[in-house]
Design a protein around this ligand. Structure first.
Ligand SMILES: [Zn+2]
Length: 262
């Protein structure tokens, strides 16, 4: 069984009571796989009882602040827990996928000027995602596909969506997209879970898309104003959708039963 742990459910709004910018993780076996890193994500995770030293990899969809605002603090908290517990992360190298390396280098510059020059006994393996399978271990396979939320920069894709395959389940996380159609190649014949943003799209349009593309479960995350402002159109769309979609909240935990062992 895998667990989906939500640390932040909000789009890039001004501060919202009870909702931080988007971040979640999959806990599979003894490892944690982290997706986007909005404000305060590692604080929320730690207070939920998530062991940050079990992180194997971090996947960033794009480098807007609502997706990376908590990344520096996540890395800092991992090092802090090592020091507090006299321990090390379960993996000596943590893999990081981030579309803009300048953002990573800037974060490292900030961290270098914090305690102990941010020296660690563990390492980071940092790469830009590219279309195709970017990660595979005994628990999880991650496939990346660029989308049209952002135009290419210097001829490179800088905004991605991710598909995760684990224990016979398939889950697609939109990140921010130009439109739901950006996700069609990742979804293929269907997915068990679609995690979809509404910072840029209407709830009803996403519901219709999810049904048409054979998503079995629809979880809204990265909520835009339509959901945050509790507009009646949200509840009309949800009531009319046969998938019985859910709206993610901060600190939500979802069990995803295994369909088969990898
Ligand atoms: Zn966003």
């Amino acid at each position: 069984m895998a667990r989906l742990l939500v640390f932040g459910s909000c789009s890039g709004t001004e501060p919202e009571e009870g909702r931080n910018h988007v971040s979640f993780a999959l806990e599979i076996g003894e490892r944690i796989y982290w997706f986007d890193a909005g404000e305060g994500c590692s604080r929320t995770a730690h207070l939920m009882g998530v062991d940050l030293l079990k992180i194997r990899s971090v996947f960033i969809t794009h480098t807007h602040m609502d997706h990376v605002g908590g990344l520096g603090n996540l890395l800092w908290n991992i090092r802090k827990l090592c020091w507090v517990r006299s321990a090390q992360p379960a993996d000596s190298t943590i893999r990081v996928f981030i579309p803009v390396l300048a953002t990573w280098n800037g974060l490292m510059e900030v961290l270098k000027n914090t305690e102990g020059n941010f020296k660690t006994d563990f390492a980071f393996d940092v790469q830009k995602p590219k279309d195709g399978v970017i990660f595979e271990d005994e628990n999880l396979k991650v496939t990346a596909l660029h989308n049209h939320h952002l135009p290419d920069a210097d001829g490179e894709h800088v905004s991605f969506s991710y598909r995760m395959d684990f224990e016979g389940n398939a889950l697609v996380f939109s990140g921010d997209v130009g439109g739901p159609d950006d996700l069609t190649p990742l979804i293929g014949n269907g997915v068990d879970w679609l995690l979809m943003e509404t910072g840029h799209h209407k709830v009803k349009d996403v519901c219709d898309y999810a049904v048409a593309h054979n998503a079995k479960n629809l979880l809204f995350i990265h909520h835009g104003r339509e959901i945050l402002d509790n507009k009646p159109t949200v509840w009309e769309a949800l009531a009319a959708c046969p998938l019985q979609p859910m709206l993610a909240w901060d600190k939500m935990v979802l069990d995803i039963p295994a369909k088969k062992l990898m």
